[in-house]
Design a binder for this molecule. Sequence first.
Ligand SMILES: *Cc1c(COP(=O)(O)O)cnc(C)c1O
Length: 391
Amino acid sequence: MERPAVPELTVPDRTLMGPGPSDVHPRVLRAMSTPLVGHLDPSFLEIMDETQALLRYTFRTDNEWTLPVSGTGSAAMEAAFSNLVEPGETVLVPDNGYFGARMASMAERAGGDVVRVSAPWGRPLDPADVERAFAEHSPAVFAFVHGETSTGVRQPDVARLTDIAHANDALVIVDAVTTLGGVELRVDEWGIDVAYSGSQKCLSCPPGASPLTLNDRAMAKVLGREDEPRSWYLDLSLLEGYWGERRAYHHTAPITNVYALREALRLVGEEGIEARWDRHREVAGALRAGLRGMGLATNADEACWLPSLTAVRVPETVDDGAVIERLLVEYDVEIAAGLGDLAGEIWRIGCMGHSAREKNVSHLLSALGAVLEAEGYEAGRIEADTPVADD
Ligand SMILES: *Cc1c(COP(=O)(O)O)cnc(C)c1O
């Protein structure tokens, strides 16, 4: 076989305004060029402690069981479902977005019987519907998505939903992939038993080590399981041996990703978690105002607005894919198309972490304006207050 002629690595200089990954802070990239030490080196054990402490700060939790799971957000998600769901248990999940469907799939693979609480794509869950679902199905686990990246909807009333679950003796798993480090999230105060996230969204860190936190009640269930979870790699009772006090080998930690996550979380700490939530709201607010100023419809409902991901309705006369491609090729800006029920109907514009800066928003708005004009769109013809999805 001939040796392939592969040039030195170069990539275009993109501005990442999609649903993740987001732009990585230069300090995080520098941390990734730090030489490796062993995964049991005393210096690395200290780095693990520091990373866990910073994760607790960012999650707003005192949970001892707070760790980065090796892999992307879906690995932390699968760790949550495969450990918390025991075969034969009823698991309640939402059906108002793409990631709720992924939850169902993971819960099923863990042996759970999946039941659903419904809301239209583009709307949050209604607590009354959750109450009805509990009365009907008595689930042992209730999972929902805090920030639905497929629709740009933030689930309000999180504490009300966890109250309903706890009054029915269920455990709550929350998907915080698109909210951790960008949108108000208070794991302890809101009564969340298990939350997982990813690193490449509001934490602006390359994908590869994904935050997970469990309270004592959830961890007691995991440690008291009758049969082992089907995944060996993600078995939290084994991972506890490495990330817990013993620090014994289970699998080799993704050392460079842990360096990166530590630095990304240090940036969260320096900014202050609440100031960071405020910045996301302000910058995304300017984005949304700018889009509406161009006559585009964005998700209108303040009560479930997700600052980290704005969904914009594609005007009828415009081809969504052509706009995405021109933004990328002509302006080096990445945004994304709709998924599932909203494919072809919306664009998804991220405002996450290091990407959530005013200069990015101005660049995106002027680029989008120029591309839309080139595609024949006349600004101002669309009803700006139309919800992105039909109620
Ligand atoms: C991105 C995302 C995931 C999956 O994370 P990956 O890093 O792509 O594996 C899960 N849930 C939500 C809400 C997400 O936005």
